[in-house]
Design a protein around this ligand. Structure first.
Ligand code: ADP
Ligand code: MG
Length: 330
């Protein structure tokens, strides 16, 4: 079991940022409205995620650490997934590669459990006002080969920030804080986005201003289009806002951040009349569809997607964006 956990962990947890992604997604699945992430040394020595979600009952803490135990689906309809998590793999994987402590409050009771290199300690009572605190120390201490692949603290910190910004775009009503606690103590806030209000477009617009800057928000066209059961929404910047790099391209499918060549190609194609090859459009786009029309199950890290009919998704992006650009006088 310990060896299986370590092998599977290699797929789920590639670097500190992938651990942060799993932990923040768990907090979101638990209905958190505020999530605080603290990292030390790029997440190599410490990752701590604190949320105000519904918590885990003390007697379920050991279950949360066992492989393929998920409270989120019953296994009958793997495709019909509405939560971020569904594999029950993240916590056991993190417990296999680092020193993991989960402290959680459910009802009037708080408890804590620790696991290190897959050795699980017994559950103990704890003090906590609400929600869950998950602490991962010394990631990959149990798998030294992995340690060698880690990049500089700076590069790992940047990847952590990127993961949090993507999830913060997907969940504008949730507040996010990222702290660098490398020096110990309270540390230093490196990213903060308070919960947005208003309708989804307003909330997203506010959040994008916070993350991508006021200039993006001022140059952003509101996107809304539908085609064959797929819907597209979000913001795309005027061609004049284009950048020399493709960093400001964010895509989400059914609320999950994805990196997908086909979708990015469609984004580029939509702007092909306006931009030379060395300029990149900036856009934050959400595709929503029936979960049966898309497979998010391609990779454990869940950033790849496969559409039943890729042509429809591509056409939706190209026509939705071209329409908005034409309306804006382009
Ligand atoms: P999955 O998210 O795929 O279900 P995980 O290994 O990430 O699997 O988590 C296992 C289980 O632990 C979850 O199904 C959930 O019940 C519980 N859990 C994990 N993190 C939290 C959290 N922050 N708040 C409440 N419950 C949590
Ligand atoms: Mg999970």
């Amino acid at each position: 079991e310990a060896a299986i956990n370590r092998i599977a962990a290699g797929e789920v947890v590639e670097r500190p940022a992938s651990a942060v992604k799993e932990l923040v997604e768990n907090a979101l699945d638990a209905g958190a409205t505020r999530i605080e992430v603290a990292v030390a040394d790029g997440g190599k020595t410490l990752i701590r995620v604190t949320d105000d979600g519904h918590g885990i009952p003390a007697d379920e803490l050991p279950l949360a650490l066992s492989r393929h135990a998920t409270s989120k689906i019953d296994g009958t309809d793997l495709l019909n997934i509405h939560s971020f998590g569904f594999r029950g793999e993240a916590l056991p994987s993190l417990g296999a590669v680092g020193r993991l402590t989960i402290t959680s409050r459910s009802g009037n009771e708080a408890a804590t459990i620790a696991v290190s290199g897959s050795r699980i300690d017994p559950v103990k009572p704890a003090a906590l006002n609400r929600g869950t605190v998950v602490e991962l120390r010394d990631i990959f201490f149990a798998t030294p080969a992995r340690l060698k692949f880690m990049r500089s603290d700076r590069a790992e910190s940047q990847a952590v920030g990127d993961v949090i910004k993507r999830l913060a775009m997907a969940e504008p009503y949730v507040g996010f804080t990222l702290r660098d606690v490398s020096g110990g103590g309270e540390g230093r806030v490196t990213f903060r986005a308070d919960p947005e209000t208003g309708d989804l477009f307003d909330a997203l617009h506010g959040r994008l201003g916070r993350i991508l800057g006021a200039e993006f928000a001022e140059n952003a066209l509101r996107i809304g289009a539908d085609r064959n059961g797929l819907s597209l929404s979000g913001y795309a910047a005027l061609p004049t806002y284009s950048r020399g790099s493709s960093v400001a391209q964010y895509l989400f499918v059914n609320g999950r951040p994805v990196r997908d060549k086909m979708l990015l190609g469609a984004l580029r194609a939509a702007y092909s009349d306006y931009l030379s090859r060395d300029r990149h459009p900036a856009a934050v786009l959400f595709i929503e569809c029936d979960p049966h029309l898309v497979d998010v199950n391609v990779h454990p890290a869940k950033s790849e997607v496969r559409f039943r009919e890729p042509g429809i998704a591509r056409g939706l992006i190209v026509s939705g964006l071209r329409h908005a650009l034409a309306e804006a006088g382009h």
